[in-house]
Write a protein that binds this ligand. Structure first.
Ligand code: GUN
Length: 283
């Protein structure tokens, strides 16, 4: 079998066009959706993500602010910036790019963001709303994965979905979203004993471990939908996912490439959540 490629760039363009209509409708009523992104310190990967977020906003005509704070910013200073954005009527949604430097408590930061502007869906209240099946804002990466599955026609209900990775940003919310669509969900980690026993039973396999090419074709059920959330740079400069694309694509039914799979969708769902936040601000 040769897998169908799930083209994240193309699907992302399609979804962005849908959200641009909603952003335009808001503008016609005098509201321009606004997103702010705070970045603390000099993490190069974070800078790339943030640059892409700002570009996507421009494409949809969304107002955006980008606050670059030095690595030695204190927790008190960061909390003060968050308080300002909570009160700023131009800003409907904002996020603090993670990770933050070690001297800042990320839990305190996430708690300080108004749940009504928490477009990342990381505030414990929004996490709770996702757990109870009534989500307001959903973490952008797993939200984007759900869209990729939906747009590719992958059946979820009643299927066995295996998520490898248990982070708060991807693995845990991913499992909850699949469960909400009536999948049977197993959560594994990179430390799961006999991981292949679980992955080989997956109809839908989502991998988010940050371990380059750890899932090979022999660990995949023929015909499965394989979603690779990883993005890793090898010593030779090549960008690869957490899945070994060549062996996996010979077995899977669907597969996301890296780059060009999940990545573009994460940003698309962030701008979608910003438009949603602006819509709710008018209700
Ligand atoms: N760092 C890596 N992914 C994310 C994300 O989705 N949101 C934030 N705030 N930080 C991240």
């Amino acid at each position: 079998m040769t897998a169908r490629i799930i083209d994240g760039k193309a699907i992302s363009q399609e979804v962005r066009a849908e959200w641009k209509l909603r952003a335009d409708a808001l503008k016609a009523r005098g509201i321009t959706p606004g997103l702010a992104v705070i970045i603390v310190g000099e993490d190069p990967a974070s800078k790339v993500y943030v640059g892409n977020k700002i570009k996507a906003c421009a494409e949809l005509g969304i107002y955006s602010e980008h606050l670059e704070l030095p690595a030695d910013t204190t927790e008190v200073e960061l909390l003060a910036q968050i308080a300002k954005l909570n009160a700023d009527p131009k800003i409907h949604g904002f996020l603090v790019q993670l990770p933050v430097p070690k001297h800042i408590d990320s839990n305190k930061v996430l708690l300080a963001i108004s749940p009504d502007k928490d477009v990342d869906g990381f505030h414990p209240m929004n996490v709770g709303e996702l757990v109870t099946g009534n989500p307001k804002f959903q973490p952008c990466t797993p939200f984007g994965v759900m869209k990729l599955l939906e747009k590719s026609g992958v059946e979820i209900e009643g299927r066995h979905a295996v998520v490898v990775g248990r982070s708060n940003i991807v693995g845990k919310p991913m499992a909850l979203m699949l469960l909400q669509k009536n999948a049977t969900v197993t959560i594994c980690t990179s430390k799961t004993v006999d991981l292949a026993k679980f992955t080989r039973d997956a109809d839908i396999l989502v991998v988010a471990t940050g371990k380059p090419q750890m899932i090979s074709g022999d660990m995949i059920k023929p015909g499965a939908a394989v979603i690779d959330v990883g993005i890793n740079r090898l010593a030779n400069g090549k960008l690869v996912g957490d899945v070994d694309f060549d062996s996996a694509s010979a077995v899977a039914g669907w597969i996301t490439p890296v780059p060009g799979g999940v990545g573009p969708m994460t940003i698309t769902m962030l701008v979608a959540s910003t438009v949603m936040a602006a819509e709710r601000s008018m209700a």
